[in-house]
Every structure is written in C-alpha cells, then in structure tokens.
Write a protein that binds this ligand. Structure first.
Ligand SMILES: [Zn+2]
Length: 366
C-alpha cells in the first residue's frame, strides 16, 4: 500500500469514528431509604439528582420491602408497595432508570448480623459450620467476611427467584442488580454439593442461571465485576478482584450481563478488559474524587473507540454510597459542591463525577 492509500485509509477511518458521545449511564447506587424517609428521598431526586444529570438510580433493597411472596423474609422496617410506586413515578417522570438490588449468592451476612435468607432458611448456608460471632473482627480465623448461599442447593432458587420476580415487577424495571461482589465462600470443602467443584464454573453457573431467569422477562442483569478479575498478578488484590479462583468466570458468563466495575483506590483500566471480553461496563467509584475523575475521563475516551472493543460497550459511570440514604442526603445538603480531587469524601466524589461528566459532555447534547 503506498503512502497515498495509507493516508486515504486513515482519513476514512477518521470519518467512521463516532463523535465523543454522552455517557449512557450516569448513576448513583445507594441503600433504599427508610419508609419514613421516602418523601424526602423523592425531593432529593427531584431537586438534586435529576438536575445534576443522574439518569440511573440503583436502590439496594434486599429484604427492605414488604414482599408478598415471602413475608417471612421481610426486614422489620419495609417499604410498602405504595412507597415503591411513588419512587417509580418520580423516576419515570424525570427519565431516570430505577433499578432494584438484592444481593444474591454472597453478602448473606454483614459483620455480626446474619442476613434474612440464611436466618429463615439455614439449610441454604454454604458454610453452616461457621458461626456468626457476637463481636465481629476482620481478619478472623474462619476467613468470614460475608456468608454465601449454596448455589447448588436444590431449593434456593425457588425462594430467591420469587423475591427477584416480585421486586422487578413492583419497580417496573428493565434491569435488576444482583450484587455478587466479594463472594469469598464458594466451592467450600464441607459443602456436600460444591466440594471439589471449580469456583469459576460455580460462580458463572449462578450468574448465568439468574441471567436466564431474568431474560424470560426481558430484564437485564447487572452485577459487580470483582470476581471476574484476576487479583494476584494484577496486584489489584482480593477485594476489587479475585484471589479465590473465580476470575476465569469472565470466559463463562453470558455477554448479556452488565458489569459494574468498582475501583475505589486506583482507577484501574479494567473497563477496557471487560469491554474486550464482550461486556457492557460501568466504572464505579466511592469516596476518592481523583479516582472518580479519572474513571469519567477514561469512559469518555473509550467511547470514541470504533472497534476492538466498540465504544458503545463503555456505558458510563456510577457513584456508590455505603452510608444510609438519609446520612448521604444530610451530608450532601451541608456540603460545598466543588471539585476537590484531594479529598476522601463520598459527597465530594459524587460532586466531582457529575461536574466532570457535565464538563466533558458534547455541546450538542447539553
Ligand atoms: Zn454448596
């Protein structure tokens, strides 16, 4: 090929490059509010989240809903159907995609509290021999961070899929977030069903089972991505990546699953890894504003790709809040709202994301 042809090809490729497009997802993931806080939360959506450009809201509900299918699993304080419908109406009016989250597989306990599923159905526990201590400390001899349910228990899905179906229906949602992060207990030796099995195959099998179930309702499955990243040689470690051999699941999980790729200390370029494997991906932050700003810039940069992988797999960014909704709203209302990448604050991180997204948004889409 002569120089003229090479130049022409470069020009043609340049013409095919899509313009830098707006992010499809500018999200917030937060715990569902208490029932008495729903009206204030709705005001917060109307007065702050929508005007700031948030277009996706994940509410971590778990068992904080008055489930009809399994009332035995309800928290003491629950959102009513009317509470949820008020949230749904607000988000629909403002063009916000509202997505419920219920943790499946992992996170079936927290600190010294056993989650409702294993409290009511102890037979689903992957590690029934490990007791929840009164005074929880990490690290501990049992390697107990959170309990898991056994993905091969023959009865577990008839319960959790009832929960999934009911929450998806009441939220009128086109997507469901199943959590599935930090699953440390999987393929345990003492489990008569899982012992000796491949952790990656077990993890992928559970994700795909949930995906198959949701696809019949035309609902997308979103999960956290940490179990699909190799944590040792990458240096990313056991939290934001996997050191318990689940990472080959990236080659086994349906490409229809949307990956929420969370990194809180360093803006690892793993969104590119997920996109190259064929997944739609969203970069997630917490309280490090410099990391969040870098994630937003990487997302915009990668969306300019036209091949290997195509830019439309880079869906956007999402801020994750790990305090209660009420505490976040209170902190937000008291805070100065400016970009400060030197800070370690969930509020400043949130502000940095929305302001950086707005500053990089193409002018014709403002
Ligand atoms: Zn098992």
């Amino acid at each position: 090929m002569n120089r003229f042809m090479i130049t022409l090809q470069v020009i043609l490729i340049g013409m095919q490059m899509p313009a830098q497009s707006s992010l499809e997802v500018v999200g917030l993931c937060i715990a569902a509010p208490d029932p008495e806080g729903v009206s204030d939360f709705i005001h917060f959506i109307e007065e702050e989240l929508a005007p700031q450009g948030i277009n996706t809201l994940i509410l971590r509900v778990d068992y904080k809903y008055a489930y009809q299918s399994h009332p035995e699993l309800r928290d003491q304080k629950t959102l009513s159907k009317a509470d949820v419908k008020a949230l749904v109406a607000t988000c629909q009016k403002l063009g916000i995609q509202l997505i419920p989250q219920v943790n499946l597989l992992g996170h079936q306990s927290w600190s010294s509290t056993l989650g409702n599923l294993l409290k009511v159905y102890p037979q689903f526990d992957e590690t029934p021999e490990i007791a929840i201590p009164k005074d929880y400390v990490w690290p501990n001899e049992d390697g107990l961070y959170c309990k898991s349910y056994c993905p091969l228990h023959p009865d577990v899905h008839s319960v959790v899929f009832d929960i999934v179906d009911e929450i998806v229906e009441v939220f009128e949602s086109g997507a469901f977030h199943a959590g599935m992060d930090e699953v440390f207990y999987i393929a345990e030796d003492q489990c008569p069903r899982c012992s000796g099995k491949d952790p990656a195959a077990l993890f992928a099998g559970e994700v795909n089972k949930i995906q198959d179930h949701l696809s019949k309702r035309e609902v997308d499955l979103w999960i956290w991505g940490d179990r699909m990243i190799e944590g040792d040689t990458t240096g990313i470690g056991m939290w934001e990546a996997s050191t318990n051999h689940t990472y080959p699941s990236i080659n086994l999980i349906s490409k229809d699953v949307v990956i929420c790729d969370w990194h809180y200390e360093v803006a690892h370029p793993t969104s590119l890894y997920f996109a190259r494997k064929g997944y739609d991906v969203i970069s997630c932050s917490w309280r490090n504003a410099a990391v969040a700003e870098r994630q937003v810039k990487m997302m915009y940069h990668n969306r300019q790709r036209h091949e290997d992988p195509p830019g439309d797999r880079f869906k956007g960014v999402m801020h994750t809040v790990w305090s209660s909704a009420e505490v976040f709203i209170e902190q937000y209302r008291e805070a100065e709202h400016s970009i400060d990448t030197s800070s370690q604050s969930q509020i400043n991180c949130f502000t940095t994301i929305v302001k950086t997204v707005a500053s990089l948004k193409p002018k014709d889409n403002r």
